[in-house]
Design a protein around this ligand. Structure first.
Ligand code: CO
Length: 249
């Protein structure tokens, strides 16, 4: 069941998502070779606490950290550790919080120092595929319009989209209906309505789309070892079209 939100609820969700955006922006200033991924997790938790917000992922289905940190061939759900970032890595940061009754959720992929052109292109195509999806988040469109737009932006550039993980509705729960695959067909699926809040999150692989979960039960990697990038925004559908909630301004 898809839960529609009232305008005042969308404003609460915006307040929550803004804190997520603030955390991701502060973390991105810290990202450079030599930084331990655990340090980023600690900082994310500290900022959230200062804002009176609760990290949403910590304890979710037993996930032990505030932040998901996914380096290189890690697609999503990588765990903060003693790992030290190296020049040329690409770094996915995925963060969520719970604040005054509503969840916020957003992710970015960032370069560590100077990265290869190939890696930079993967990052920019993945970001563009997210924005292509967001552009379709309009009343009267169908869910498949979002999925198809993401897929064609990614595949059109020669990449593949992950099948096993999807975006989701978000609100008073971190994960609500509908599930939002990053592949699909235009004109198919449920009709989009004003008041929906959708966390759209393309995961794009340089190689094949297959992924596997490591024995830690969380870390998702590409099966072929190729690089992967991930971006996510929580977006409200309004009378004025898509409204990206997980932004600073
Ligand atoms: Co999400």
């Amino acid at each position: 069941m898809v839960i529609l939100k009232l305008p005042e609820e969308i404003e609460k969700a915006r307040a929550s998502n803004r804190i997520v955006a603030e955390v991701l922006s502060k973390l991105s200033e810290m990202v450079r070779p030599g930084v331990k991924t655990k340090e980023l997790d600690k900082l994310a938790e500290e900022i959230a606490e200062k804002r009176g917000a609760k990290p949403a992922f910590k304890g979710y289905r037993g996930y032990p950290h505030a932040l998901c940190i996914s380096v290189n061939e890690v697609v999503v759900h990588g765990m903060p550790s003693e790992r030290i970032l190296e020049e040329g890595d690409i770094l996915g940061l995925d963060f969520g919080i719970y604040y005054q009754g509503f969840f916020g959720d957003s992710a970015v992929t960032l370069p560590v120092g100077k990265i290869s052109e190939k890696a930079a292109r993967l990052i920019s195509v993945t970001r563009e595929s997210l924005y292509a999806g967001i552009e379709q988040a309009r009343e009267g469109n169908r869910l498949g319009d979002i999925s198809a737009a993401v897929q064609s932006a990614a595949e059109g550039a020669g990449y593949s989209v992950v099948r096993d993980f999807v975006g989701h509705g978000i609100g008073k729960n971190l994960h609500e209906d509908p599930q939002i695959p990053n592949f699909g067909q235009k004109g198919r699926g449920i009709e989009l309505k004003k008041g929906m809040i959708l966390a759209i999150e393309p995961m794009v692989n340089e190689g094949k789309y297959k992924v596997q979960v490591l024995p830690d039960g969380w870390t998702v990697v590409t099966k072929d070892g190729s690089l992967s990038a991930h971006f996510e925004h929580s977006v409200a559908i309004t009378d004025n079209g898509p409204d990206i909630l997980s932004m600073l301004s």
